[in-house]
Design a protein around this ligand. Structure first.
Ligand SMILES: [Zn+2]
Length: 510
């Protein structure tokens, strides 16, 4: 019997979920995919070009006024240059596009603004529109970051996308009332202008939800990773969002998760309560989640491929081939890591009522130890190895996934502040010991004589002292979740910001 259905009053709430498929395109489709990605890149650069031009114009006028003796803060307020946005850019491009003078390809093959590329009609118009939206977002993120309104690390001035550097990707929308992006059976995905592409894995789960009327496809993001193409189908899913944990989850209570270098994680209680042994007698292996140190396993192969790349001549065919090989290995590593983290986050969110983590400042943790000239860092080499391992284990990604998965499965996320000495505190009597070297695997309490695995000790402390994060970090249950399937790390339920731009900042938006 499904515990969740019978005991928990579930709220039906639409949630945005991404369903990712690996594609098996035909050689002809491969080319169409690449062309769309190229068009999206061109459109993004075109839009960004209009924005930077407007910004430059604004800067020049400000400088002119300052040269005439006006204080800069005044000049910044006085000068107004409308910032081109999606609608305006689209309108202007359509106007030129309709002009027969521009139908012939340019002699030098260049396709810079304001003249569009001749292949416009071969590509879905949605690929252009989404690229314009992306340019708007990149620009706004930069403005918000300048004004201190953007969470996370500072966002730099938007970059133009370079072929071969920027990720090949494009997004296609449709009218949800007359869906043209759809699954045909379980093995084929139909996308307008691209045709029916075979799916390497299976679309069964999504197809069933659509058939039941529980999912509506919103858009599809198609992207290249390594030598493969993927489609991430974004669907609005009407799924029961439990507002409290199931009886089974409640019985398991809180699990403390200690992030590790040696192991992906050490838990305060095992994932599967297959045994009725008391926790103290448990095999430590039951409490550990193996670390997918694929990077270690693949490092030699990657290093070899990178050496081969370094030996090739710039611009040669061999170089392109070697670069592809490096990309494929890197992509493979990332895929395996992502799988391990997804697996763990789902198991934690479904099996326990509360998942307690250390609120790690991933940026601080992986900050370079190099220091400055005046104050050189300590243990730079050791720290460098540590950094790689931390990033390899992707703690920030697990935390992000736990944020939305706990809200899907009725559990809650809790955290202890990362300043709390979870490793150095005795989980039995609460005494904090002053020092615990990194290589000391067993925690010895000087007060009560406890001697237990150091990571397990930390996990127990985390479980005990964590405070719920719901209010602060995770928005109300059922709020739309922007998945990171398109490569950006979306944050749960983030609302689009419509604040006015900073006074004294760059020009106003149109
Ligand atoms: Zn103690």
């Amino acid at each position: 019997m499904d515990d969740r259905v019978s005991t928990v009053p579930a709220a039906q709430a639409p949630t945005l979920r991404a369903f990712r498929f690996t594609l098996d395109p035909t050689p002809a489709q491969f080319e169409v995919l690449a062309r769309h990605a190229g068009a999206a890149r061109w459109a993004f650069n075109h839009a960004l070009g209009e924005k930077t031009a407007a910004h430059r114009q604004w800067r020049e006028r400000v400088d002119a006024l300052v040269a005439e003796g006006m204080p800069e803060t005044w000049a910044r307020k006085v000068v107004k240059v409308p910032m081109p946005r999606k609608e305006g850019i689209k309108k202007r491009l359509n106007a030129i596009k309709a002009d027969t003078r521009f139908h012939d390809p340019l002699p030098d093959g260049a396709c810079g603004p304001p003249r569009p590329c001749p292949w416009w009609h071969e590509v879905s118009t949605y690929a252009f529109q989404s690229a314009f939206e992306d340019a708007d977002r990149a620009w706004n993120n930069w403005l918000d970051s300048l004004a201190g309104r953007h969470a996370g690390r500072p966002v730099g001035y938007p970059h133009f996308k370079r072929k071969g550097r920027a990720r090949d990707s494009f997004r296609i929308h449709h009218d949800v009332t007359k869906p043209t992006i759809r699954l045909e059976g379980h093995r084929r995905l139909r996308i307008p202008k691209l045709g029916t592409i075979r799916i390497h894995d299976s679309g069964k789960r999504l197809a069933r939800l659509i058939a039941k009327g529980d999912a509506v496809v919103q858009s599809v993001t198609v992207f290249r990773g390594g030598n493969r193409w993927y489609a991430s189908v974004l669907a609005k899913v009407d799924q029961p969002i439990p507002d409290k944990p199931t009886r089974a989850q409640t019985a398991r209570g809180t699990v403390g998760v200690d992030w590790g270098i040696r192991h992906l994680a050490t838990l305060s209680q095992p994932l599967d309560p297959a045994t009725d042994r008391p926790v103290d007698l448990l095999d430590p292996a039951d409490l550990r989640v193996a670390n997918p140190r694929y990077l270690d396993k693949w490092t030699r192969r990657l290093a070899k491929a990178q050496r081969a790349l370094a030996r090739t001549e710039k611009g040669s065919k061999r170089r392109a081939k070697a670069a592809r090989r490096v990309g494929v290995i890197q992509h493979r590593i990332a895929e395996q890591r992502a799988t391990a983290v997804h697996l763990l986050s789902k198991r934690l969110a479904t099996k326990f009522a509360t998942v307690a983590i250390e609120d790690l400042n991933v940026r601080g943790m992986s900050a370079s130890a190099r220091g400055t000239l005046e104050q050189p860092g300590h243990q730079v080499r050791q720290k460098a190895g540590h950094n790689r391992a931390v990033l390899d284990a992707a703690p920030g990604e697990l935390r992000r996934q736990l944020g939305y998965k706990t809200s899907w499965y009725g559990s809650a996320l809790a955290a202890v502040d990362h300043w709390y000495p979870s490793s150095k505190t005795c989980s039995s009597c609460g005494t904090a010991i002053p020092k615990l070297p990194r290589d000391q695997r067993v925690f010895h309490c000087t007060a009560c004589g406890l001697a237990i695995d150091r990571d397990y000790n930390a996990a127990v402390n985390i479980a005990r002292h964590a405070v719920p994060l719901v209010e602060r970090d995770v928005k109300a249950r059922g709020s739309p979740v922007r998945p990171a399937s398109d490569g950006r790390h979306g944050r749960a339920g983030r609302q689009k910001r419509e604040d006015p731009p900073p006074s004294g900042g760059p020009p106003r938006r149109e």
